[in-house]
Ligand binder design. Structure first.
Ligand SMILES: Nc1ncnc2c1ncn2[C@@H]1O[C@H](COP(=O)(O)OP(=O)(O)OP(=O)(O)O)[C@@H](O)[C@H]1O
Ligand SMILES: [Mg+2]
Length: 233
């Protein structure tokens, strides 16, 4: 099943004089149950592409569908509801809320979609346990290490069982061992539900986990690599 379809997507920033063309015509498909990685040098457009795919930003031209839904035709309210039900986003800089505890941060997507707080906490607690952070559940993000914050952000992106999870540099703040462990867990959580997982990364140590790797350069896809072997377990 096709989870994401982009057709000739372009995006530029700034006005005419200062314009930066971030995406120069991106076409791709991502599938349910697939782990797709986007790689490429800094500034090549990875975060911009993820933001469009997840409805945070609109493309200038081209089409983007998520499970058949054209996000650009939705009103802001409809888009918020669609994203809340279907999409999990794990940001490059975590974007945790500093005045909420770890468990409260993880619960946000469920609470926003109307789930009762005690039920949301139960789900959040289970995920925190899986990433080894039960003992830190009442801690606030500013009092946590980068790796701990990253794991909280991953839990928050998965807690509402979204059909599409997009993730910007999930292992950048983690040491090698923790990075591999977190990625395995992340893959298990997402793919056991047949969700589609799109990960942006510079981290060559995790490339083996991908089903496909798309390489971007200067706003274009320049190569596609299929990993036919089974991923590390
Ligand atoms: N808000 C913005 N305003 C102006 N230009 C921007 C903005 N965000 C990104 N850009 C530019 O668009 C291009 C693509 O940026 P993007 O953040 O998508 O790259 P990236 O591949 O995610 O880079 P990195 O690996 O460093 O995170 C870059 O040239 C960047 O300078
Ligand atoms: Mg980026």
């Amino acid at each position: 099943m096709i989870a994401v379809e982009c057709i000739d997507v372009t995006k530029s920033y700034g006005d005419k004089e200062t314009s930066t063309q971030a995406l120069r015509g991106i076409s791709l498909e991502a599938y349910a149950g697939e782990l797709l990685m986007l790689v490429g040098p800094s500034g090549c457009g990875k975060t911009t592409l993820l933001s469009i795919i997840s409805g945070i930003m609109r493309q200038d031209s081209g089409m983007c569908y998520v499970y058949g839904q054209d996000l650009s035709v939705l009103s802001q309210t409809e888009l918020t509801a669609y994203r809340g039900a279907n999409i999990g986003f794990i940001f490059q800089h975590f974007n945790l809320i500093p005045t909420l505890t770890a468990i409260e941060n993880v619960s946000i997507p469920l609470v926003l979609s109307g789930v009762e707080k005690s039920v949301a906490f139960e789900h959040a607690e289970k995920l925190l346990e899986r990433v080894g952070l039960s003992s830190r559940k009442h801690a606030y993000p500013p009092h946590m290490s980068g790796g701990e914050q990253q794991r909280i952000a991953i839990c928050r992106g998965c807690v509402h069982a979204p059909r599409l999870i997009v993730c910007d540099e999930p292992t950048s703040a983690l040491d090698h061992h923790t990075g591999i462990e977190v990625l395995k867990l992340f893959r298990d959580i997402a793919l056991s539900r047949d969700s589609s997982l799109i990960i942006v990364t510079h981290d060559a140590r995790i490339f083996d986990f991908a089903d496909r790797i798309l390489r971007l350069d200067d706003g274009r896809i320049v190569s596609v690599k299929h990993n036919h072997h089974s991923p590390p377990s």
